[in-house]
Design a protein around this ligand. Structure first.
Ligand SMILES: C[S@@+](CC[C@H](N)C(=O)[O-])C[C@H]1O[C@@H](n2cnc3c(N)ncnc32)[C@H](O)[C@@H]1O
Length: 832
């Protein structure tokens, strides 16, 4: 229970929204079926002219043979690899919004504590800061909810579970984002090692190799991506980089983070896609301290920065704090009495030893690099006469020189004049392409997490507030978090459910400074700190000093504490034929691993004698015994079973006179339970929803009892109670697959297997809106100073009972539970 130990003050809780920036309405759960049915495929050209440089017999369109290379010596150098293609077909699939995260857990805790303090009771009533608003907006707009891509609505950031290739194509084709993205950050797996791409559990960055991995999407991504080693790696990047170019604005930039292993190849590839003339920089940033016993310690990684069009690229200078003393040029002191001297060795090594009130400075040669005749003259200074060096002039004219002398800005330590440049005149350095002040990510939530400082700098250099930032390798969501922190819109995606859930928690448990804007919209821009820059020109000419805009130091509104704005969690919303074309690797001893068709393998595992059907329709196999005849429909390898698939499979089955349908899948949409009962109520047909055990593919299908791989869809175990204060929901348990016993067991909600749970208090059947959310904070945020109060540590722990609430319009709740492996299951319950 939260109790605010000290009242008074505290900050208001704010968030940034982008209602003034419109985007087409994305379909919601189950509604993508209302879009035109034909599967569309686009041809992605991946050729900036390089194929002209090779002589290949013209291959027929459907020929997938690797291109055989014969370089034209007149052409630019281009990288070739096995299987390089100059075009590829990509299915165009819409996104589907499954969930709106309108609340922030941290905001709920803060407001709950505040309310409790105000009402002077010990009870910390949780409050709904933002979910109520979201619900009201949804209802006012309800009639338009199924009109997708034709109506605009306010922008919302997006966390998307899906392969970047499909996601980017969807952003281009359906979401209207061609040429709209200001910056893309890509942190692909650095190499072809499995661990560089993968985290098993939400709650640990350590992978346990004895714990068979769970996440089928990640396994598939890994196998597809890396089957030809580095050759596949380059094909994978090539396709995605061509799509990035389509998404970028003309002023936009892409950053690819990469290690030693492949930096040379990836840079060559970026030259091909963006053109070598659009290369902006290769940044080396420090990630580690050197390890002993290595041949030559590697302590940095690289950022390859390319622009869409270098002549138009947005670039804001970044300044870092300059140092004084050893290793710098600021090694002289002016003491409070005006006397000047070099720093002592102690002062150089430890600038804290510099006497109080002393001004640190350096000397700069007053000879200019060129020759301006009006600035060639003799100067009388401290009893000596000085002239500029032969062929040079002074950096100022006689009047300016007189002012410099008057301001005590001259020194003559040798035979020429020097300008006194105080450290305080400009205590900054312009950032270069060598970043030694960075380090690896701290307090990691994800095994391969990037340093926030690195991503933030890229954001500052190339974007302004409200610009759109995309990261197609979400991981723990560092880019989304940094974009949120600095008031940029964001989209991020990942194939891993662990990643999506780590990022969702990370965002919902973070607080940020609230920056002052010019009007109430972030797009009006932030007000920035503008420190003075005292230049030689300003002192010599008695001019106003220049002000710097420091884009990474917006002015903070100290009366507010900000939380993440609303964002939506989406997935690829319609199955593609591609999803069923997947292959799985099967060990058939003593033969080596063999590729077999995915549908066939799953159908035969489910019912040994099943007769696999032809390519069309959603009944993939028919199993017949003395007692029954069932139609089997298999869910996509890379997506969830949707309501539409169940509908279509039932129709196909009934058309063949089959009245029992088993839909077998890896993951199911939240509304499938409801759809099943509606269809069954209409009569005649019986439907079973069957989960495929998560590690089925991970074990290479070496299964002695295949039937153990399947179980009826298991929903979270909840209790709903009515009390004086309102309805309370209690989470009792979650179904988890036990690998040792190969069975599904219900685990108690407090047994460590629940990563998070979310409650929609008034589920409208289309999209899950988080009204309350519960999870453990990995790291307790320090909000004491902001609140001027303390929050009980228990508030940061996973709670199993919701706050009371009043039933509303739909009299129906939904509870979504995420287990530590990233598996989600949702149960819907009527309150009537
Ligand atoms: C090196 S990690 C990114 C880490 C991230 N920068 C962070 O700071 O947490 C690469 C991520 O790319 C994801 N990934 C790999 N292939 C993908 C694909 N085809 N589509 C989307 N994500 C993919 C992996 O699941 C992994 O989370």
């Amino acid at each position: 229970m939260a109790a605010m130990r000290k009242k008074n003050g505290g900050k208001k809780v704010t968030r940034y929204t982008y209602d003034n920036m419109k985007e087409p309405r994305t379909p919601e759960t189950g509604h993508t079926s209302l879009l035109p049915d034909d599967e569309q495929v686009v041809m992605l050209p991946m050729d900036n002219g390089w194929s002209k440089a090779i002589s290949v017999g013209k291959l027929p369109d459907d020929d997938e043979r690797p291109v055989i290379v014969d370089m034209d010596p007149a052409a630019d150098p281009v990288l070739f690899w096995a299987g390089k293609r100059n075009r590829r077909e990509i299915p165009v699939l819409p996104l589907q919004r499954n969930e709106i995260v309108s609340e922030s857990r941290i905001a709920q805790i803060i407001e709950g504590a505040r309310k409790a303090a105000e009402s002077k009771t010990a009870a910390a009533a949780q409050s709904h800061l933002f979910a109520d608003l979201e619900k009201t907006l949804r209802e006012s707009d309800r009639s338009k909810r199924v009109e997708f891509y034709t109506h605009d609505e306010g922008w919302r950031n997006k966390l998307i579970c899906g392969d970047s290739l499909h996601v980017m194509e969807s952003l281009l084709h359906y979401e209207g984002l061609r040429g709209k993205v200001q910056m893309i950050y890509i942190d692909p797996p650095y190499g072809i090692k499995y661990d560089s791409n993968f985290q098993q559990r939400i709650d640990s960055t350590k992978n346990d190799h004895d714990d068979p991995v769970d996440d089928v999407l990640t396994i598939k991504a890994f196998r597809d991506t890396w089957s030809l080693g580095v050759h596949s790696y380059l094909s994978y990047l090539q396709e995605r980089l061509y799509l990035c170019r389509e998404l970028l604005k003309d002023t936009g930039s892409v950053f690819v983070q990469i290690g030693d292993e492949h930096v040379h190849q990836v840079r060559e590839l970026l030259d091909e896609v963006f053109g070598s003339t659009n290369f902006v920089g290769q940044i080396s940033f420090r990630t580690k301290i050197p390890l002993r016993n290595t041949l030559l310690a590697g302590i940095c990684d690289y950022l390859l920065w390319y622009s869409k069009d270098k002549s138009r690229v947005t670039y804001h200078k970044i300044y870092t704090n300059r140092g004084v003393g050893a290793g710098t040029q600021f090694t002289r002191l002016e003491l409070p009495d005006g006397t000047r001297r070099p720093m002592t060795d102690d002062e150089r090594e430890n600038p804290d030893e510099v006497p109080e009130g002393a001004r640190v400075y350096r000397l700069i040669d007053l000879n200019s690099s060129g020759l301006t005749p009006s600035c060639v003259f003799d100067v009388e200074f401290e009893g000596r006469t000085f002239s500029p060096r032969k062929g040079h002039s002074w950096k100022t004219n006689p009047a300016g020189m007189a002012r410099l002398i008057g301001e005590r800005r001259l020194e003559a330590p040798g035979d020429t004049l020097q300008y006194v440049f105080y450290f305080a005149d400009f205590p900054y350095l312009e950032l270069t392409n060598l970043w030694t002040d960075t380090q690896g990510a701290t307090g990691k939530r994800y095994a391969v997490q990037t340093s926030e400082k690195v991503v933030e700098r890229c954001i500052h250099m190339t974007t302004k507030p409200a610009d759109l930032v995309v990261d197609i390798t979400c991981g723990s969501g560092v880019t989304a978090l940094c974009a949120e922190r600095w008031g940029r819109r964001w989209i991020t995606c990942d194939t891993s459910r662990v990643s999506i859930n780590v990022a969702r928690k990370f965002l919902a448990s973070s607080t940020f400074a609230h920056f002052e804007t010019w009007d109430s919209n972030v797009s009006s821009g932030f007000k920035y700190e503008s420190p003075e820059k005292v230049t030689l020109g300003a002192v010599a000419n008695d001019r106003e000093t220049g002000d710097l805009i420091v884009v990474d130091k917006p002015i903070i509104d100290e009366t507010a504490i900000r939380v993440a704005g609303p964002f939506e969690v989406a997935s690829i919303g319609r199955y593609s034929v591609d999803d069923w074309k997947g292959s799985v690797i099967r060990d058939v001893a003593p033969e080596p691993a063999k590729l077999e068709n995915y549908i066939e393998v799953i159908c035969r595992l489910y019912r040994k004698g099943a007769a696999v059907q032809g390519a069309t329709g959603l009944v993939h196999a028919i199993a017949e015994s003395e007692n029954d005849k069932i139609a089997i429909s298999v869910g996509p390898l890379t997506g969830r079973v949707t309501a539409k698939q169940i509908h279509d499979a039932v129709q196909d089955a009934m058309a063949s006179g089959i009245l029992e349908v088993h839909v077998v899948g890896w993951a199911f949409e939240a509304n499938v339970g409801e759809v099943k009962s509606q269809l069954e109520k209409r009569g005649r047909v019986k439907i079973e929803l069957i989960m495929i055990r998560p590690d089925t593919l991970a074990e290479g299908l070496k299964v002695t009892q295949p039937e153990m791989l399947f179980s009826p869809l298991a929903l979270p175990d909840i209790d709903v109670q009515k009390s004086k204060e309102g309805v309370l929901v209690r989470l009792n348990g979650v179904a988890l697959f036990d690998r040792t016993r190969r069975s599904t067991e219900y685990k108690d909600a407090d047994s460590g297997y629940v990563s998070a749970w979310y409650l929609d208090e008034d589920y409208d059947g289309d999209c899950f809106v988080d009204c309350q959310m519960f999870f453990d904070f990995k790291k307790t945020p320090n909000i004491k100073a902001a609140l001027r109060a303390e929050i009980e540590p228990d508030e940061f722990k996973l709670k199993l009972t919701s706050e009371p609430f009043t039933p509303r319009q739909y009299k129906r709740i939904a509870v979504k539970v995420v287990d530590v492996y990233g598996n989600e299951s949702t149960v819907v319950r009527d309150l009537a």
